[in-house]
Design a binder for this molecule. Structure first.
Ligand SMILES: *Cc1c(COP(=O)(O)O)cnc(C)c1O
Length: 376
């Protein structure tokens, strides 16, 4: 490598720094491993229930249930809420394949539709996709922002549909003061390591205010077995690991600070980049009083997106195209045949900039400088 090449890669801003998740809290985490190990508290112990109570208190919901991951959680929500084989479930095509896969694996048919300019499911597109087989709307509260739930709730009530929220990216996000995950029959959250509240492995939770659903969800999570051990229905093994629950309890204590920091980083991006006409930015943290965003992602639209991504990479800056650049309806190998031109066009323009708890303000400014340099 020449001196010049070396110099150009000295500063690096990875999209996400996984080892840092451990390194920055090593001592506390070791203490937790040791405590759990000494207690032999591995499956469905006190720490899982504590975490569930923490979530119930935080969200103001009656019931939270720790599950193995959000994808399982969505399956459990749909089954508990009465999805039958062949029922159609409307989703945004701009979501993780997990949203659609949960529907498929619960026996339903995922129906992807367009999102709007805000990247969230478009209520008008939902209404157009309704057929006699439609039973659920499953909105994804994407990028830490909650959908226009007024619009979706109105459609759900008009056509007698149930809502199950994919709130994987939205713990703490609100629409008109109400938390994501509290609008429908049930909702699922993800604590995958890179999520705003991340475990050191897979983890998830489901929530509901409906006690009957809660009873079913508890059975479904644990082999369909009642507390006495009697098998009542076909179930799954989708218990939240007790060790992960203990880690989440520890990290939950600083969750408000995590949200505050993420919103701060988003505000820097917003301030630095808003004058570039080649970009379309997500709404800034202070822009819209109806939304409280927790910025799981900072997803921009960019002219000459691929070239911009290469330019940033050459300067040691990690960016990502969400879902590796594929919308759900574009996955032809799964049998989707939908035509969604708006989403197709959007997927040529979107890019996520680094936004995580390990980056410093100076890193964010560096990223912005390199973006400005590209368009100058
Ligand atoms: C992360 C994510 C999931 C999957 O969560 P897991 O806990 O990994 O199963 C589902 N939907 C969306 C929108 C996600 O971002």
């Amino acid at each position: 490598m020449t001196d010049l090449a070396l110099k150009s890669v000295t500063k690096s801003v990875p999209f996400f720094d996984y080892p840092e998740l451990y390194a920055s809290q090593r001592e506390e985490l070791m203490r937790i491993f040791d405590d759990i190990g000494r207690r032999g508290a591995f499956i469905l112990q006190k720490d899982v229930r504590d975490f569930e109570e923490n979530l119930e208190r935080y969200l103001g919901v009656k019931h939270a249930i720790g599950v193995a991951n959000c994808t399982d959680g969505l399956i459990i929500c749909l089954k508990a809420a009465g999805l039958n084989r062949g029922d159609e479930v409307i989703i945004s095509s701009h979501t993780f394949i997990a949203t659609a896969a949960a529907i498929f694996n619960a026996g339903g048919i995922p129906v992807p539709v367009d999102c709007g300019a805000d990247h969230l499911i478009d209520p008008k597109a939902v209404e157009r996709a309704i057929t006699p087989k439609t039973k659920f709307i499953m909105p994804t509260q994407l990028n830490g922002r909650t959908c226009d739930m007024d619009g979706l709730l109105a459609i759900a009530s008009k056509y007698r549909l149930q809502i199950v929220e994919d709130a994987a990216q939205a713990l703490g996000s609100k629409f008109k003061g109400r938390f994501a995950g509290t609008f429908g029959a049930a909702a699922a959250f993800s604590f995958y390591p890179a999520k705003n509240l991340g475990a050191l492995g897979d983890a998830g939770a489901i929530v509901t205010n409906n006690s009957e659903l809660n009873e079913k969800m508890l059975l479904l999570r644990n082999h369909g077995r009642s507390p006495s051990g009697e098998v009542v229905i076909w179930g799954l093994n989708s218990r939240l690991d007790n060790l992960q629950a203990a880690i989440l309890n520890f990290r939950f204590k600083s969750y408000d600070k995590i949200i505050e920091r993420r919103r701060q980083i988003a505000a820097i991006y917003d301030e630095e980049l808003k004058s570039l006409e080649e970009l379309t930015l997500p709404p800034g943290p202070s822009l819209n009083v109806e939304h409280f965003d927790v910025f799981q992602n900072y997803e921009i639209e960019a002219e000459r997106r691929d070239e911009l991504q290469s330019h940033l990479k050459a300067h040691g800056i990690g960016t990502l195209q969400q879902w590796s650049g594929w919308a759900v309806h574009q996955m032809k190998s799964l049998g989707f045949t939908h035509s969604l031109p708006f989403t197709d066009a959007l997927f040529k323009r979107m890019l996520m900039l680094p936004l995580n708890m390990s980056i410093a303000d100076s890193d964010v400014h560096f990223v912005c400088d390199k973006i400005k340099e590209f368009y100058r």
